[in-house]
Design a protein around this ligand. Structure first.
Ligand code: PLP
Length: 390
């Protein structure tokens, strides 16, 4: 099997499993306990926090461990907006891009539905990018928070986060970015990005599912969403997932290979393989359309529409041929609705239903991608021969 669905999830890396194992077994203490087992767990948690902070270029106290990317996004969007409005009732709007993951989108809609906020949606261009002008056009005196993802999970388009954050700051508005897909591929230095909050998820990086983190800049106000024993400095209660935090920190540290995402190293090698793959698919499949930005995209994502097919039939046919991929996002898979991300990019609904996303990790080889490209040719050919519902 050729696994081309790494944007959905990745296997746990051996180094990560080895690093977390002691805290699942012999060193199983609760970090809040005052005996030696507890102290060992607390030290491991502190070490993980320091390592995660180092990877993001922030202070350890600015890391909040969560149960994953979804929780980190919820905490950022709801927590910052609610805290700001509590301090100033006029701050009753949030601005999010049209291509956010449901974790951000649904959090904004919750604020609208339950707390009376207004949601301003920032449109994207045909590559799925938010321009500085598009953001400027939606900012209002009442905007409490801007949230624009770093890289899109369906088409891989990378956003100009530093420029967007700078614009939000000119208006005194905090900026959150969902970096779940960017982590491991793009530089994550929160100082250089200029963001106030940034979400990451372990399972996209070779750590287990169910752990993630939110970076929250120093004095940014936050209304906690999970109340209880006051862990994570009162920002996220609940006994800490020590092994999960160690796993996340280890995966983040491993992903910080020198040069990764900075013009050298694996990101560049993988980007070159991605470009060869894109060329082969476009050359081999008549009518195939690349979706997302041609250059400013994750090294690990190639996404297409294959007009005259249905994405789901192509996926089934590809799986029969030993290639596993997805229709765009794990949450949209199996649904008949065209992807809101593709619609926001101006792709018409019928074509959007033919979307297929290929995403890989740094272990992918040129030979595997060549094989996958010929499987794509065959799969699209047979689906078209059978008709779109075949
Ligand atoms: N944000 C983006 C961009 C994602 O791709 C995902 C996962 O697919 C998430 C958030 C949610 O992360 P998690 O699965 O850790 O809840």
């Amino acid at each position: 099997m050729i696994f081309l669905d790494a944007a959905a999830t990745t296997p746990v890396r051996r180094e990560v499993l080895e690093a977390m194992w002691p805290y699942l077994s012999g060193e199983f203490g609760n970090p809040s306990s005052h005996h030696s087992l507890g102290e060992t767990a607390a030290a491991a948690l502190a070490g993980a926090r320091a390592a995660a902070a180092e990877a993001l270029g922030c202070r350890p106290g600015e890391i909040i461990f969560t149960s994953g990317g979804t929780e980190a996004d919820n905490l950022a969007v709801k927590g910052i907006a609610l805290a700001r409005r509590a301090a100033d009732p006029r701050l009753d709007r949030v601005a999010i891009s049209a291509v956010e993951h449901p974790a951000v989108q649904e959090s904004a809609l919750y604020l609208e539905r339950v707390h009376g906020f207004a949601v301003d949606v920032i449109p994207v261009d045909s590559f799925g990018q938010v321009t500085v002008e598009a953001l400027a056009a939606v900012l209002r005196p009442g905007t409490a928070l801007v949230s624009v993802m770093y890289a899109n999970n369906e088409v891989g388009t990378v956003q100009p986060v530093a420029r967007l954050a700078a614009l939000a700051h000119e208006h005194g508005i905090p900026f959150h970015t969902d970096a779940v897909q960017a982590a491991g591929w793009l530089p994550l230095d929160v100082g250089a990005l200029g963001v106030d909050a940034l979400s990451i998820s372990g399972h996209k990086l070779g750590a287990p599912k169910g752990n993630g983190a939110l970076f929250l800049r120093g004095r940014t106000r936050l209304e906690p969403l999970v109340h209880g024993g006051g862990q994570e400095r009162g920002r996220r209660s609940g006994t800490e997932n020590v092994a999960g935090a160690v796993a996340l920190a280890t995966a983040l540290t491993l992903a910080r290979t020198p040069g990764l995402g900075a013009g050298e190293g694996p990101a560049v090698r993988i980007a070159a393989l991605r470009d060869d793959f894109i060329r082969s698919v476009l050359a081999g499949v008549p009518g195939a359309v690349l979706t997302g930005h041609p250059g400013e995209r994750l090294p690990s994502v190639a996404s297409f529409c294959f007009p005259g097919t249905s994405g789901e039939s192509v996926l089934l046919e590809l799986e029969r041929q030993g290639v596993v991929c997805s229709s765009g996002s794990a949450c949209a898979a199996g649904s008949d609705e065209p992807s809101p991300v593709l619609l926001a990019m101006g792709i018409d609904a019928e074509v959007a239903q033919t979307a297929v996303r290929f995403s890989f990790d740094a272990t992918i080889t040129a030979a595997e991608l060549q094989e996958a490209a010929s499987a794509v040719r065959n799969a699209v050919g047979s689906v078209r021969a059978l008709g779109p519902t075949g």
